[in-house]
Design a protein around this ligand. Structure first.
Ligand SMILES: [Ca+2]
Ligand SMILES: [Ca+2]
Length: 399
């Protein structure tokens, strides 16, 4: 009896040991920073001495999980600066960066992999406010001048290719204002590992359905702005670049109307917000660009229209409101002139929301496809049929 018990126990012990070993292996393999909020990325963790309510601190404050340098201040919702209420994008706390101040946090990533950082930012009192986000050596300064919505803050995304396994995510205010406390407020900082989807067989467009993109918080309802990014290798929206000086908005189906799947792009600010992609084509072949054109369900004032570009063709297409559908399918035929053809979209108008009269909005684009046009295929099919018939005839004649 005792022997049976002891053998059962030893079996359990070995099973437990195996499980522990497996768990340790899994943890060692995957110690990488998980997708989502960085440690205390929402700045809601209380510092050891508690949140101080007295506004300006003396020198750097301790922000749990972050290293800080310069005038960094934890701000609280309801806090005022002069007559102005400070904006806290999410929850009740956020961080403000004074002149040349920065905060940083280490992240474990995979060398050679593309990541996107999503963060919320609001302006305070500076005239030319901007925010530098970097994962050295990659760095980008994002202009916070344009207010895209009346909430007073926005979410932005920025992507980088990891050059090391351990990187430092840094946010810095590059500004130099007379009032050192005038600087951007940041909040809700998240990271996401990006995948470049495979190019479908019958579509030359990569990520044409926009399903792969930056981190979006499930409870955040403003979408994520994609600022200027000319490098297709490091785009938060794999395959696409934002080639204009203003941003386009990445939207989700939880808070907006999206033609297909869970994600799409809302074009803002007329020709100042352009997304584009270079697609592979065969010169002199005829192609058809097809896409979904719709509204985002955000009370955007009509009319909505896009300018679609494919090679040397350009066409403006108006969205026709239809009670039964939130989008329509549009297309544009073109003949490829080179092995790479530029496909691009921008809004024809400067639209704003009808409820607040000032938040920027615009037409929604989704499910972008570039395929050899049917007439071309039919012609090819016809040629093939002719050759086939000719071959059969030849064989018959010879026999
Ligand atoms: Ca917060
Ligand atoms: Ca989609």
């Amino acid at each position: 009896m005792r022997r049976v018990w002891s053998s059962t126990r030893s079996k359990w012990v070995s099973l437990c040991l195996l499980l522990v070993a497996r768990l340790a292996a899994v943890l060692a393999e995957d110690g990488n920073t998980a997708d989502g909020l960085l440690n205390n990325g929402d700045f809601e963790t209380s510092p050891s001495g508690g949140f101080s309510n007295d506004g300006l601190g003396d020198g750097p404050v301790t922000v749990p999980s972050w290293k800080s340098n310069g005038t960094v201040e934890l701000v609280e919702s309801g806090q005022k600066q002069g007559a102005m209420f400070l904006i806290v994008p999410q929850g009740t706390h956020a961080v403000r960066l004074g002149n040349d101040a920065e905060i940083s946090q280490g992240a474990k990533v995979e060398k050679g992999t593309l990541y996107s950082i999503t963060f919320g930012a609001a302006r305070t009192c500076a005239q030319l406010e901007s925010l530098n986000v970097s994962v050295p050596p990659a760095s980008q300064t994002i202009d916070l001048q344009t207010l895209y919505n009346v909430q007073g803050w926005d979410s932005y995304a920025w992507a980088f290719q990891a050059e090391e396994d351990n990187v430092e995510v840094i946010f810095r205010n590059p500004g130099m204002e007379d009032d050192p406390t005038c600087g951007p407020i940041i909040d809700d900082i998240a990271i996401k590992k990006l995948f470049t989807p495979d190019r479908p067989k019958d579509n030359a467009v990569l990520n044409g359905d926009f399903e792969e993109g930056p981190w979006m918080f499930r409870n955040a309802s403003l979408g994520v702005l994609l600022p200027t990014n000319l490098d297709e290798e490091t785009s938060s929206l794999p395959g696409w670049i934002v080639e204009s000086n203003r941003a386009v908005r990445y939207i989700d189906s939880y808070h907006f109307t999206v033609p297909g799947g869970k994600r799409a792009v809302e074009l803002l600010s007329g020709k100042e917000g352009i997304i584009s992609q270079m697609v592979e084509t065969t010169p002199n072949k005829q192609y058809r660009l097809t896409f979904s054109l719709g509204h985002a369900g955000d009370s955007c004032k009509q009319p909505l229209a896009v300018m679609a570009y494919a090679g040397d063709q350009a066409q403006s297409i108006h969205y026709t409101p239809n009670a039964n559908a939130s989008f329509q399918t549009a297309n544009l035929n073109f003949t490829a002139k080179a092995e790479r053809t530029r496909v691009a979209f921008c809004s024809v108008y400067y639209n704003t929301r009808s409820d607040d009269q000032s938040s920027l909005c615009g037409p929604v684009v989704d499910d972008v496809r570039v395929a050899v046009s049917r007439s071309n295929r039919n012609r090819l099919g016809g040629l093939r049929l002719m050759f086939g018939l000719g071959y059969v005839l030849c064989v018959l004649v010879l026999v």
